[in-house]
Each structure stands twice: as C-alpha cells, then as structure tokens.
Design a protein around this ligand. Structure first.
Ligand code: ARG
Length: 462
C-alpha cells in the first residue's frame, strides 16, 4: 500500500481500512481523463509561472509516457495504490523524480476527482448519444418500409383502431429523439470545469481557471468552489436520462416479446438474436428483449442509489461521494450494451405483414369508423356508438368481422347504412383517412417522415 499522506500520522492504515477506502479497482477506468486533466493543469501552472518550463516539459513527457504504457499494457494499474490519482502521481515521481512532486500544486483530489468524472461522463454521454443515433436510424428504416403495413393499435392491450407499423414505430422514434435531446441538455449544463476549486475553498496560487477550462473543452470554470467539488447533479441527471432510455427500450422489448409470442406471431426474430431451450426443442426465445427489460431495473437502481447517497451529504466533499462511480459505471455499461443489442435485434427482425393485417381486421378495429360513417350521415355520435355496439355484438355471436356482416343485418339495426359502408370500414380506407398531423394515414406519415429524415441529417454528434 502506497499512501499520499504520512506527516500527521503515527501509524499505518489498517489493512482492512485501506481496502475499504480504496477506489482504484473501479476508478482506474478513467486513467486517461485523469492524465489529460493533469496535463492541462500543468500547462496552466507553467503559464502562470508557478512551475518553470523545464518542469512542465518533464511532467508532460512523464504523463504522456504513463498514458502510452497503460494503453499498450506495459504498465499495469495495481491495487498497490489507493486510487487512480495516487497511482499516476506515484508512477510519475518514480519516473521523473522531484519535478513530479510539483504536479499536485494548487490542486486537491477533491477537485481532481470532480474533473475526472466530468471528463469521463462527457465522453460516455457522447458514446451513448451516438448509439441512440444508430437506434434512431434502425427505427427510421422500419418506418420507411412499412407506411402501409397495417396492424391493430392497442389500448389496454385490447385491439383499438387500425394503424400502420410505421406509425407505431414513429412513437419510438419520438421517444429516442427526446432521449437524444435530453443528453444534449445535460451536456450543456454540466460543461463547467471544477478544477481549481481545490479542496473546497479555491487556492492561494494565482491559477488561471479560465485557461484550464478552455484547454479541456469546457465552457468555463465552475463559479463556486464548494459546489465545484460537491456537485453530483449532472450524474443524477445522466442516470435519469439513462433510466428513461431504458424505460423506452423496456416498453419496446415488452412489445417485441408479445409480438413474438405464439398467440401474436407478428414478428420473427432472427436466429442470431434469439435463443433455444435446453429441453424444449420447439422453443425460440426472445432473450435479448427480456434481458433489456430486466436490466432496466438495474439502471433505475443506480439512479435511486445515487439519489439516496447524496441526500444527506453536508457541503462540501465527503467520502460518501466515492460511491457515485460504481453505480454510474454499471449503468453506462448496461445501457450501452442494451442499445447496441436492441438495435441489432430490431434491424434483423422480420415483420409478418399478413398476420398483422389479419389481426387488425379481426378485432373490430374499424368499429369507430363505422360509427363515423353514421355521424357523417346525420346520426348523433352517441346513437351511432350504440348502433355499432349492437352490430359488434351480432358479429361476436356469429364469429365474423364487421366487413363480413351482410347489408341487411346492417339495415336491420339502422336503415342509414348503404352498400358503401364496406368501403368506409375497409382497413386501407380507415387508415388513409386519418390525415391529421401525427396520425397514421400514409399521407400524414410521409410529411412526418420528411421531418425525421432532416432531423437525422442534422443530428449533432460532435
Ligand atoms: N477516490 C475519491 C473519490 O472517488 C477521490 C477523492 C478523495 N478525496 C478525499 N478527500 N479523500 O471520491
């Protein structure tokens, strides 16, 4: 065990205490961000004359060497050190000698860890955002292909009104679009640099915080040093955005599972994205969708854990905050894996158009249209509703669809019906007449599709 303190202590830390306290097993993940932050810090120290140029060159060369050696696997990050910050500093001093001891001038691990985590989250946020982009493209592909693929739309998981697959997918496009925008909002709000906040009260060195912030791509330095070291809001916002992504993926998964069931058979999952059973030879299970649904709980758990951890922490830094990392890392890994696999499953999934159309036909999804037919011929809607209700009952008794009921039966219940009722309640007409913005009619969908295409062209990825 290698420690950063000693002067004030007369005993070594107990072994168990040391292990309990250590974070290297997980914060080694952001070694690159730690080194990048240190390089910017050193450049600023030299610019302000706090260290000289020779020292700066030596430290930067040393840090760059450490970065390369870790990346190439020549230097192992071991748990001999408490955390990644002590590891980098100790190796630096070992390699370049006393100049290395100046690295930590005007800095505390409190503002250092705040910086590292922000840099790491910024990078990961952009990776998640890029995966959302891929997912949006996968959904867009289905929309483009299925503007006239009919299916029942549901409420209460009961067939409600006819829609198209494109329209149904459009709902998911909207959800993932909002996810993208949420990530962007978070990025903007979190993009201030905590470095220079020191332990909590800034430093007495003449640091140029604006310069460090600029070097690291921040919009500027954070404006309160206490908040600089103790703010974890952006993590909670990020975990909340990740939870929302998972909620969307989970609802989508649930639908894929239902659509893939023997009763529905709306979709056929690709063999590469499904699994078999060890005992039942006929099985082809939607495990990916189920796992995505399952992992949603895990990501919600991270959000909840961090909210609870943060609720009682007095200002400024407290060690409780070290707990932010494992939850966040686990959530990021889960979400990245889920989006990637889900998008793959979606791209390879086949839709059984005939089956979906048949299902839309069978569930009286055109009952509202039959009522509208009467309304257009002067019958008050409430009466029309009752009349069609009776028709539906007759059809249920006879096990037929509204389209199959003879005209005399229609007329028996209401003389207003004429031969053109069959056209009015045909699936194609029911859908295509829904032309208001946001509705499933292909004409309305085409316009929305144009907006979506443009949206994707302008998708900000940098
Ligand atoms: N490993 C610590 C964390 O993740 C780094 C900051 C340590 N600061 C301190 N005062 N002990 O929060």
């Amino acid at each position: 065990m290698a420690q950063l303190w000693g002067g004030r202590f007369t005993k070594e830390t107990d072994r168990l205490v040391y292990r309990f306290n250590a974070s290297i097993s997980f914060d080694k993940r952001f070694y690159a961000q730690d080194i990048k932050g240190s390089i910017a810090h050193v450049m600023m120290l030299a610019r302000k004359g706090i260290i000289n140029d020779t020292e700066k060159e030596k430290i930067i060369a040393g840090l760059t060497g450490i970065m390369e050696d870790v990346e190439e696997g020549r230097l192992k990050i071991t748990d001999k050190y408490e955390d990644i910050h002590s590891f980098v500093e100790a190796v630096l001093i070992e390699r370049i000698g006393s100049a290395g001891k100046k690295l930590h001038t005007g800095r505390s691990r409190n503002d250092q860890v705040a910086l590292d985590m922000k840099l790491y989250i910024r990078d990961e946020l952009l990776i998640v955002d890029r995966l959302i982009e891929e997912l949006l493209y996968a959904v867009l592909g289905i929309i483009e292909e299925h503007l006239e693929t009919y299916m029942p739309g549901f409420t209460h998981l009961q067939k409600a009104q006819p829609i198209t697959l494109a329209h149904h997918m459009g709902a998911y496009f909207e959800m993932f679009k909002r996810d993208h925008e949420r990530l962007r909002d978070i990025y903007k709000r979190m993009n201030t640099c905590p470095l220079g906040s020191g332990a909590l009260a800034g430093t007495t060195y003449p640091l140029d915080r604006e310069y460090t912030a600029k070097l690291l791509g921040f919009d500027g330095p954070s404006l309160n040093s206490i908040d600089g070291v103790s703010d974890r809001d952006y993590l909670i916002e990020f975990l909340s955005a990740l939870s929302m992504i998972m909620m969307h993926l989970s609802r989508f998964s649930e639908e894929v599972i239902i659509w893939n069931s023997n009763e529905y058979q709306f979709v056929e999952l690709d063999d590469a994205y499904s699994t078999g059973s060890s005992i039942m030879p006929q099985k082809k299970n939607p495990d990916i969708a189920e796992l995505v649904r399952g992992k949603t709980g895990r990501v919600y758990g991270s959000l909840n854990a961090l909210l609870v951890t943060m609720k009682g922490i007095p200002l400024a830094y407290n060690k409780d905050m070290q707990e932010d990392k494992e939850w966040t890392f686990d959530a990021i890994d889960s979400v990245k894996g889920c989006i990637t696999l889900f998008a793959g499953m979606l791209r390879t999934m086949q839709f059984r158009k005939e089956r979906m159309k048949e299902s839309a036909k069978q569930g009286f999804t055109n009952a509202t249209d039959a009522a509208d037919y009467l309304v257009n011929r002067g019958v008050p809607f409430r009466d029309a509703h009752g009349i069609v209700g009776q028709l539906v009952l007759t059809c249920i008794e006879r096990r037929i669809a509204l389209d199959e009921l003879p005209l005399e039966e229609y007329k028996r219940i209401s003389p207003v019906f004429e031969e053109d009722i069959y056209d009015a309640i045909s699936l194609g007409v029911c859908v295509s007449r829904r032309t208001t913005t946001g509705a499933p009619g292909p004409e309305a969908m085409e316009k929305v599709l144009e907006v979506y295409r443009k949206y994707m062209e302008e998708y900000e990825t940098a």
